[in-house]
Write a protein that binds this ligand. Structure first.
Ligand code: GLC
Ligand code: CA
Length: 556
């Protein structure tokens, strides 16, 4: 008898994240747009993905590139019109591709009409829609620091009060304690669902509750330490808000896919967010595998730690919930430039990392350009960065006496702008992204690193991703099977099996530039059949070449 599998379309899906600003410009203004995305749907179909997550497409002054929304129910003028969005939805659906929107519920832009009203006075109808407090001793109400550096409070003379912003000063936090705020957000979500969108990625959702009284946090000044988020990240009681959100929105519709961005959630807490019987989110992005926010210099791969972390999540959610699998997004530097070796083993390391994360249990996410092995940008000066997080970080460090060179060294490899440069489609000007001046420079390597070239090359990173997608889709064991780590203490190799009934697969990736001996593998390698490899099949079963990855079928 076969095992029972809890099937759901979103478990079998592969998601592709589009960062609209940088995906495809259609009118020469240097900014990606919805018609541009529509023109690339056939490419995405060719790749084999079946869900697109669109980073925010709503009107925004773009202080944080669309994550500061000034109108939840319209389209940013630079991206197009609502008619363009309707056409995108229709054209995607016609190709069997579903669309997820990005829901930014923790904060709005300071240009949102709700905030414009709220800031006017202490007694207007929306005065309590944001988090306002009186100052203390001539300064802010407490010592909380913004995730983007500096005080988390901004002073508004109209109210003679401070307003809380966990992110940039232009992203005031909504007051989730106020039921009117929650209902306004829910109505907006239902409006998009009624329009036919297929689900959401839910931004910064672990920050929506703040500890009562908002006491000071241990934030020593001036030492460049990462400030504490203990007062506002996954704090006690947050599940009441999450349950309220889900009950009043997603649960009322059929088949909605939800993935929450869940900084601060560990595996013990994860079931509260994603266990099937909780009826909250389908999955979350956990943060334990990655160092975010550009404040950690050391983005290098720590293989033993990676094995521990990912295995903890795989085994921890087994039979209970579902994982979101990812190695890149718009907040993380390019993975081939950090965990991989873009200089010496660019193709091999990009594909070895791909095999490593893609075939675990969960829904794989691909960030635009990851499927081409796009690399970090060769930043040389601070003024080349666009990101508000970098600008605030640099300002704070300059004040502490760092030099520009020190700051640059610190952020060059981890800054979010590395992932935000234009998509590299072909070898024409600006990589085919725009006929105009791109809003952020194209990586100069577009002449050789681009989609058109890789589409023609059977051994390209792009074609390796296509194969991974095809292989996974054809195998219930690769989608639903149990994950088990093998070669646990191997210093170079990440290896695991996926097992369902009598079907078993082995995924082995050498994450080093040295040959790796895998003869100690617990699974019989000599009978296994190679289904996919990033360096062909040379008949060598017991060793892996530098950055070699193989997917083997071990079923007899
Ligand atoms: C999320 C987004 C990030 C944004 C932040 C504030 O972490 O992924 O890009 O800056 O929320 O909205
Ligand atoms: Ca444009």
């Amino acid at each position: 008898m076969g095992s029972t599998i809890e099937q759901a379309w979103w478990k079998e899906a592969v998601v592709y994240q589009v960062y609209p600003l940088s995906f495809q410009d259609s009118n020469g203004d240097g900014i990606g747009d919805l018609p541009g995305i529509i023109s690339r749907l056939d490419y995405l179909k060719m790749l084999g993905i079946n869900v697109i997550w669109l980073s925010p497409i709503f009107p925004s002054p773009n202080d944080d590139n669309g994550y500061d929304i000034s109108d939840y129910q319209a389209i940013m003028a630079e991206f197009g019109t609502m008619a363009d969005f309707d056409r995108l939805l229709e054209e995607a659906h016609a190709r069997g591709i579903r669309i997820l929107l990005d829901l930014v519920l923790n904060h709005t832009s300071d240009e949102h009409p709700w905030f414009q009203e709220s800031r006017q006075s202490r007694d207007n109808p929306k005065s309590d829609w944001y988090i306002w407090r009186d100052g203390k001793a001539g300064g802010p109400p407490n010592n909380w620091e913004s995730i983007f550096s500096g005080s988390a409070w901004r002073y508004y003379p109209e109210r003679d009060q401070y307003c809380l912003h966990l992110f940039s000063a232009r992203q005031p936090d909504l007051n989730w304690e106020n039921p009117e705020v929650r209902e306004a957000l829910y109505a907006m979500i239902r409006w998009w669902l009624d329009k036919g969108v297929d689900g959401f990625r839910i931004d910064a959702i672990t920050h929506i509750r703040k500890v009562p009284g908002m006491p000071d946090l241990p934030n020593p000044k001036g030492l460049s330490v990462v400030p504490s988020s203990a007062g506002h990240r996954n704090v006690e009681g947050i599940q009441e808000y999450v349950a309220d959100l889900c009950t009043n929105t997603f649960a009322r519709y059929k088949d909605v896919m939800t993935v929450g961005e869940a900084a601060g959630v560990d595996i013990h807490d994860a079931p509260n967010w994603v266990a099937a019987d909780q009826q909250k989110f389908n999955m979350i992005f956990q943060f334990e595998q990655l160092k975010l926010w550009g404040s950690d210099v050391d983005a290098d791969l720590d293989l033993p730690a990676l094995k521990k972390t990912l295995t903890r999540w795989q085994k921890g959610l087994e039979g209970q919930g579902w994982n979101a699998l990812f190695v890149e997004n718009h907040d993380i530097a390019r993975i081939v430039s950090t965990w991989g070796d873009a200089e010496n083993y660019w193709r091999e390391s990009a594909t070895a990392i791909a095999a490593l994360y893609f075939l675990m249990q969960g829904t794989p996410f691909i960030y635009q350009g990851q499927e081409l092995g796009m690399t970090n940008f060769p930043f040389e000066r601070l003024d080349q960065f666009d990101d508000v997080a970098v600008q605030n970080f640099a300002a704070a460090r300059l004040e502490e006496g760092w030099t520009e060179a020190e700051i640059l060294d610190h952020i060059r490899n981890s800054a979010r702008d590395n992932a935000r440069t234009p998509m590299q489609w072909d070898n024409t000007a600006n990589g085919g992204f725009t006929d105009g001046e791109p809003w952020l420079p194209t990586n100069p390597n577009y002449k050789t690193l681009n989609a058109a070239r890789q589409a023609r090359d059977p051994d390209s990173i792009l074609n390796f991703y296509r194969e991974l997608i095809r292989l996974r889709a054809a195998s219930p064991a690769l989608m639903h099977g149990t994950y088990d780590l093998v070669l646990e203490d191997h210093p170079q190799v990440y290896a695991y099996t996926r097992t369902l009934d009598n079907e078993q697969f082995l995924v082995v990736s050498n994450l080093s530039g040295e040959v790796a001996d895998i003869s100690a593998c617990e699974v019989a390698l000599t009978d296994a059949e190679q289904l996919l490899g990033n360096q062909g099949d040379n008949g060598e079963q017991l060793t892996l070449r530098p950055w070699e990855a193989r997917v083997l079928s071990c079923s007899s």
